[in-house]
Every structure is written in C-alpha cells, then in structure tokens.
Ligand binder design. Structure first.
Ligand code: AMP
Length: 273
C-alpha cells in the first residue's frame, strides 16, 4: 500500500494509471462501517484509494474536532489488510490555504435537518469532497446511507456541477445490538450506549407501524418522539429521497431520520423505506 500526503503527488500518481478507480473518503477511526465501503469499492474497481482526513471546515465552533478519535496506526493497518492500493493522508495545510474559494451547500436542502442543527456544516463537507474528488478523479466514490443528507447533497453536487464520478450509496452497518456504527460511539459510556439503542429501536418501531399500514408521518414521528423521550432529540423527520418533508410515507421513496444527543454525543440514524 502506497501512502501519499501531497495532493499533487497523488494526482500525478493516478493520472496515467488507466484503471477504474474506486474511492472511499473517511475521517479515520475506521470501523466496520468504513470497511464495508472499502470492500464494496475493492470489488467494483481495479484500483482502490481511501482518504483519511479530519476535515476542520465541517466542524462548527465548539464541536468535537479536537477530541475526535484518532487511530492513525490502526487505520493504516486496516487499510493495508483490506487491500487498499493508495492511502491518501493529507495534513490540513495540504488541503487548505488562508484565502479559499468557497463552495456553498444549497440554501434549502443544505439548511434543513442536520443543516439546521449544524448550520454551515455541509458547506465544509461539500468543499472537502469536491477537493478530494478533484484530486483522485475516481470512477466511483462510495458514501454511507447512514449520513443520508450528506449522501443526498453530494449526489446533488455531482449532478448540478456536471461532474463525471458515479456516487455509490452503501447500506448502514450496525453492531450486534443494532446501534449504527460510528466513530463517535467511542465517546459513549456503557450506560449511554444502552440509552443510545433507543435510536435504532425507534426506527424499528416506525418500520413496524409502516408494515401495519400506518403511513401518516405525524402519527409515526409522534410515536418515535414518545419512545425517545429520555434523549435530547434534535430532529425526527420523514422525508422523501429528495429530502422534502412528506405527510405520508411513500414506499420505496421515504427516509425516516433521527438525530439525538446521548450525554454529550450527537448520534444520527435513519431507515430507508
Ligand atoms: P466518516 O469517517 O464518519 O466521515 O465516514 C466516512 C464514510 O463512511 C461516510 O460515507 C459515512 O457515511 C460512512 N459510514 C460511517 N458510518 C457508517 C456505517 N455505520 N455504515 C456504513 N457507512 C458508514
């Protein structure tokens, strides 16, 4: 596995490879969720590039940038064992300068849900993803459905800016209890982890209601909110795949999303129906 930190060096290295390139961008502290993206990218492409970059511009003031888990050596080992060909591992100064051109998330879809609780977050996400896609120029890039709004906005960016990469969504990986895997789960105490299980269970409750033909969005979100009562809920929302709020579940076109805080840890989860 080659490890490259300089964007121009990576660009040069990949320029004449004449292979299909699969790309998985991450912020490190890799877990089975990331590994599922890496495995899929490996199986669908001739060359596999993974990036590890804790992108400062997507963190708001006072968020967990400084204490975000870092596992450099373990991450490198995981990449090596997963058959990664090139690991892109830049420093902040490799990616950003003092005076930057800015990319802004769309005014509506970028500022609802996660965009409301973290205003400006998606500006940073789209900027770094644009930079990474321009450096790697992949055939396909892989993103988790767990970050559904991020996936939606990246797909929108690629379409609206006429980029040629194909964005591939990957299903959410969960631990044996059902909790969606996340680097931030490392912050949870055993007791908090138990509390956190209410999040996937609330989504299970919602899917049960839908299977009983209860499709009214308010009825479902009210039941979920009641179930999640002991947590600090940021949002419980039902949207279509375009991220527009809907009043009735539309089968094969619905995402039910939750964001809630357990202790100091903000957790996201969703189901696609
Ligand atoms: P992150 O390192 O948190 O920026 O995540 C990197 C990529 O992994 C993103 O596309 C995430 O959506 C994806 N990802 C994170 N957690 C999971 C999970 N539990 N299952 C599937 N993909 C995930």
């Amino acid at each position: 596995m080659k490890i490259i930190s300089n964007p121009l060096e990576l660009k040069e290295y990949l320029k004449n490879c004449n292979k299909s390139i699969g790309f998985v961008p991450t912020m490190g502290a890799l877990h089975e969720g990331h590994i599922s993206l890496i495995k899929k990218a490996k199986s669908e492409n001739e060359l596999l590039v993974v990036s590890i970059f804790l992108n400062p511009t997507q963190f708001l003031k006072g968020e967990d940038l400084d204490k975000y888990p870092k596992k450099d050596e373990a991450d490198k080992k995981i990449c090596q064992l997963s058959g990664v060909d090139v690991l892109f591992y830049p420093q902040i100064s490799d990616m950003y300068s003092q005076d930057e051109v800015s990319l802004l998330a769309p005014k509506v879809r970028g500022f609802v849900l996660e965009g409301t609780s973290r205003p400006g977050h998606f500006n940073g996400v789209l900027t770094v993803v644009m930079k990474l896609l321009n450096i790697v120029n992949p055939t396909k890039a892989y993103f988790g459905k767990k970050d559904a709004q991020q996936l939606n906005l990246i797909t929108l960016m690629v379409k609206q800016l006429f980029m040629s990469v194909e964005i591939i969504p990957v299903d959410t990986q969960r631990d044996s209890d059902g909790l969606a895997l996340s680097s931030r789960n490392a912050y949870l105490s055993p007791l908090e982890k138990k509390e956190a299980l209410k999040i996937p269970l609330s989504l299970y409750l919602a899917s049960k209601m839908v299977s009983k033909n209860i499709l009214d969005a308010k009825e479902i979100t009210d039941a979920m909110r009641e179930y999640l009562e002991s947590l600090e809920i940021s949002y419980v929302e039902i949207v279509n795949r375009e991220f527009e709020s809907i009043k009735k579940v539309e089968l094969k076109n619905t995402i039910i999303l939750v964001e809630a805080k357990v202790g100091q840890t903000r957790l996201l989860d969703n189901i696609w129906l």
